[in-house]
Design a protein around this ligand. Sequence first.
Ligand SMILES: *Cc1c(COP(=O)(O)O)cnc(C)c1O
Length: 496
Amino acid sequence: MKNCFYKSTRSNDINITSSEAIVRGLASDGGLYVPVTFPTLEKSFDELANMNYRELAFYIIKRFFTDFSDDELLNCVNSAYDDKFEVEEIAPLVGSEDVHFLELFHGPTLAFKDMALSILPHLLKTASKKLNIQEEIVILTATSGDTGKAALEGFADIDGTKIIVFFPEKGVSKIQERQMTTQKGKNTFVIGIEGNFDDAQRGVKEIFSDEGFNEEIKRKGYMFSSANSINIGRLVPQIVYYFYSYLSLFKQGKISKGEGINVVVPTGNFGNILAAYYAKELGLPINKLICASNDNNVLYDFINTGVYDIKREFKKTISPSMDILISSNLERFLYELSGKDENMVKHLMEELKETGSYEISHSMKDGLKEFYGGYIDDKETFETIRELYEDCKYLIDTHTAVAYAVYKKYKKDTGDNAKTIIASTASPYKFTRSVMKSIDKDFDKCDDFDLIKEMSKMTGLGIPRGIEDLENKDILHNRKCRKDEMKEVIFHILNK
Ligand SMILES: *Cc1c(COP(=O)(O)O)cnc(C)c1O
């Protein structure tokens, strides 16, 4: 097996190991870490098909993180994909002939972020030990809901780490807030800030780049790190479930060996769909990568025109985890699209920063043909949830509904009947209000916690452990602060 090294998307700096890339998160030139060359899988699909989720995860991640020993990586994988997932298969496929929903939401926080955030803390801890880093790692996160809870759950009680999450007091749902404020773990800290998500995000970014403050906490034995989706330690574990789902279809005889499939991903930061693209680079037979957006349709425009333009109104939708105008992980795709041209990527990123848009070259546009972009609005999202439920009694969340609706558009547009996997990124229980409202508008009058019970009654599905009894759990975090007090709060926490 060849060693896999990492470099920045924006310069031709020296190559670094995976441990270094995981600990650093972001390259010092502002670029993202990418593998210098993609690894190869020596095993045949027949051999891979016999592996369970953990075995496959170990096999694939090991090809990328070659400086982790077998024991170290096994320990990370086994600590991540254990019984905190409510189903034995970890990522089950649900569906019929042509369309299969890949349910990525059976982890502790009911969204696909768990697939990566359950392993990242173990990778980070192991990497920091390998590099002999003395400081304790402090994860700082600003969240609009999903990431914060998944990160808290992942880092809770991990030795040698602390996690501090800031959420906008008025910007998250009641269920999301309760999920965070009831978080257990003596190394977890949750703070509501007076302000919106952008205020929280800006505050955290300022703290990351405040050299004086970083020096000060270093003297106290700490260093900041991020659980953001730009970390390569979050991206690589996401490749696993695309292989796993393909191999499951193959094992069940639903596809023949080497048969091409389509993959549909409801997209925000472009992380999840990039993992599917990486899977394709490793040899997974994916025909079309279908990128689904909501009304924030920057990526739809990009895929169709080659122009990325963020000079537009930001829209709040019922699929909030996709309400994003700058998809950070697109940078890694641009790097591959340009034939690994770091100067080109640097130039495009500078242009985006200065002018709010960029246009890629003709040859790069050619590479976009592997993708299909589509978007749908809230009204169609509601309708899609209702129709699927009425037809099949299968309830999907708002993000998955965006993906499913775009898939239907694609099929109508192209007549392509290839077998298709839809990444189902959240449980309907996570976005209970919008989902129940699509079935019957009257549900909107109900309290959030009653809606959980109504959903369970309606579907006959048990309430997931992650939100079971949430209403009666003890509130363990009640810290609040103004947006200009974030630094003091962190200082206070670390001074104890
Ligand atoms: C984060 C998230 C997405 C978007 O995923 P990206 O990797 O950012 O593209 C989609 N759906 C849900 C439910 C999410 O939490």
